[in-house]
Ligand binder design. Structure first.
Ligand SMILES: Nc1ncnc2c1ncn2[C@@H]1O[C@H](COP(=O)(O)OP(=O)(O)OP(=O)(O)O)[C@@H](O)[C@H]1O
Ligand SMILES: [Mg+2]
Length: 211
C-alpha cells in the first residue's frame, strides 16, 4: 500500500489533473487504486468521475471517495494498493495530517515566482513540521513555452535544494479539454507527444516514491 498526495498552497495549479493521471495510469498496471478527494466543498474528482462514466462506460474506472480527514485516507490505504490524495485548493491542517501519512507528496507549480514561492514555502513548512525532505517533490505543471523561463525556474528550485521531477507538463487546451470530458491528461491519443509527456510525468511520480 502507498499514499501519494498532491498538495499546494495555491488553487488551480494542477493537483486534480495530476492525481487523476497517476490514479488511472496506476490502475492500468492492475493496482487497486482509490482517489481520496479532500476538497469536500467542490468534490471536483467526484464530478470528473461522473463525466468519465458518461463519456465511456467501458473506460477504465477508478474509485473516488470524498475524504474529510486523514483517518479516511488511512482507512482507504488499508483497502487499496494505492491511494492518490487530491488536495483541497489551499493547504490546511487536514493536508498536513495527510502529508504525514503520505509516502510521497507532490507539489505542482508553474514557472512564475508567484507560483514558485508558495510551492517552496509549502515544502519548507512540511519539512518544518517534521516531514522527511526525501518524500517531497515538485512537478512543473501547466508551464509556458519558454525555455529560458523553464531553465530559470529549475535553477531557482535547485538553488533552494528542492527536488524537482524530470519532465514538465505544458499549458495546453487539449489537456484541459481532456479533463472536461472526464479523461486524464494521458488519454489524448490524437496528441501523441503531449500524451507521452503526461505518461512520463506519471511514471516519474511513481518512481519518486522512496523505497
Ligand atoms: N496542462 C494544462 N493546460 C491547460 N489547462 C489545464 C492543464 N491541466 C489542467 N488544466 C485546467 O486547469 C484548471 C486547474 O487544473 P486542476 O483542476 O488540475 O488544478 P487544481 O490544483 O486541482 O485546482 P483546485 O485548487 O481548484 O482544486 C482546470 O480547469 C483544468 O482543466
Ligand atoms: Mg483540484
Amino acid at each position: 500500500m502507498a499514499i501519494i498526495s498532491f498538495l499546494a498552497q495555491k488553487g488551480g495549479v494542477g493537483k486534480s489533473s495530476l492525481a487523476r493521471l497517476v490514479a488511472v495510469e496506476a490502475s492500468r498496471l492492475k493496482l487497486q487504486v482509490a482517489i481520496a478527494d479532500l476538497d469536500t466543498r467542490q468534490s471536483s474528482c467526484v464530478a470528473w468521475l461522473e463525466r468519465r462514466q458518461e463519456s465511456g462506460p467501458r473506460r477504465r474506472q477508478v474509485k473516488v471517495v470524498s475524504a474529510a480527514g486523514a483517518d479516511e485516507v488511512l482507512k482507504l490505504a488499508g483497502e487499496f494498493d494505492l491511494v492518490v490524495v487530491d488536495g483541497a485548493p489551499h493547504s490546511s491542517p487536514v493536508s498536513l495530517d495527510v502529508a504525514r501519512l503520505s509516502d510521497l507528496i507532490v507539489i505542482p507549480t508553474g514557472l512564475s515566482l508567484d507560483d514558485l514561492d508558495p510551492a517552496a514555502v509549502l515544502v519548507n513548512n512540511l519539512i518544518g513540521a517534521g516531514i522527511d525532505r526525501g518524500r517531497i517533490v515538485i512537478s512543473l505543471y501547466a508551464i509556458a513555452d519558454s525555455k529560458p523561463e523553464l531553465a530559470a525556474a529549475r535553477e531557482y528550485l535547485d538553488r533552494g535544494g528542492y527536488t524537482v521531477l524530470p519532465g514538465e507538463i505544458q499549458f495546453r487546451t487539449s489537456y484541459q479539454k481532456a479533463s472536461d470530458r472526464g479523461l486524464t491528461i494521458s488519454e489524448i491519443p490524437q496528441y501523441p507527444t503531449l500524451r507521452k509527456r503526461a505518461f512520463d510525468m506519471s511514471s516519474a511520480i511513481v518512481d519518486a516514491i522512496p523505497s
